[in-house]
Design a protein around this ligand. Structure first.
Ligand SMILES: Nc1ncnc2c1ncn2[C@@H]1O[C@H](COP(=O)(O)OP(=O)(O)OP(=O)(O)O)[C@@H](O)[C@H]1O
Length: 256
């Protein structure tokens, strides 16, 4: 379990938290909320890249602040907002560079990751020659390889807006692949997601963040109700059914 226990920190004159939440192995927990709500700041605390000034983050029961950088890297991988690839590098080598230092290279795992993320077709290309969407997939492949080359029992993937650069189909495919790999490999995923409909489709649970607080957390369809989302996002929403799937819904904003 990845646990955020009453964590908080100052955000300039405002505060984030205290927020408590857990991410279980094999599930996708989406962090939703309006711009400036505190989602990225909360994710930063979960990664260990920023320290809370109250509360504690624990990974498999151990305080994240007490893990060495190498131990942390074998248990969690991070894809930050606007992360960039190193320039003039071969894609395969960049993904390979994600290998967990404790456990070394694992060529079979590398081939699997390249294939699963669709990066196999880009493997011999130079990083400078990739589109924004392709670069995003390479960064994700590196993060998966970091985790899948580790033999730790508990591993987590932390993502900040992984679909920001992607077209509608690519975004849907990417999140579907993340959710299925998470399930298959028993890896917990915590992801900041902006698109409500992508979260509805691919997250097992969501945490709704507003003004630095977690205002609701639970199974996706329970939390994502129109009235609650309207209050948090300050916009009127129409709720639509799916033409083929009975339980489905989608939200579109309405103009007054
Ligand atoms: N280090 C910092 N010092 C001061 N204020 C900060 C700091 N980091 C973030 N903030 C502020 O805290 C608030 C939350 O920022 P954060 O990036 O966590 O929001 P977010 O929910 O991820 O937003 P977005 O959806 O726009 O990416 C914002 O008002 C931001 O300006």
């Amino acid at each position: 379990m990845l646990e955020l226990d009453e964590v908080g920190r100052a955000l300039g004159p405002r505060r984030l938290g205290p927020v408590s939440l857990t991410v279980a192995q094999g599930e996708v927990l989406a962090l939703l909320g309006p711009n400036g709500a505190g989602k990225s700041s909360l994710l930063q605390l979960a990664t260990g890249l920023a320290r809370p000034d109250r509360g504690e983050v624990r990974l498999a029961g151990q305080a994240i602040s007490r893990l060495s950088a190498v131990e942390l890297a074998s248990r969690r991988a991070v894809l930050e907002q606007a992360a960039r690839l190193p320039a003039r590098c071969i894609v395969r080598e960049v993904v390979e560079g994600g290998a967990c230092r404790q456990h070394g290279a694992n060529p079979q795992r590398l081939a699997e990751v390249l294939q699963r993320t669709g990066v196999d077709r880009l493997a011999d290309r130079l990083t400078d020659k990739l589109s924004g969407g392709e670069a995003q997939r390479v960064l994700l492949a590196r993060a998966w390889y970091q985790l899948l080359s580790s033999n730790q029992a508990e591993r987590y993937l932390l993502l900040d807006e992984p679909t920001a650069m992607l077209d509608i189909g690519a975004a849907d495919t990417l999140l579907a692949d993340i959710a299925s790999t998470a399930r298959m490999e028993n890896i917990g995923v915590l992801a900041v997601v902006h698109d409500l409909n992508l979260a509805l489709r691919h997250a097992n649970r969501v945490a709704l963040i507003n003004n630095g607080q977690c205002v609701a957390i639970g199974p996706t369809f329970d939390v994502m109700r129109a009235e609650r989302l309207e209050a948090v996002y300050g916009v009127r929403l129409a709720e639509l059914g799916h033409p083929e799937e009975a339980d489905w819904r989608a939200f579109i904003p309405l103009r007054d």
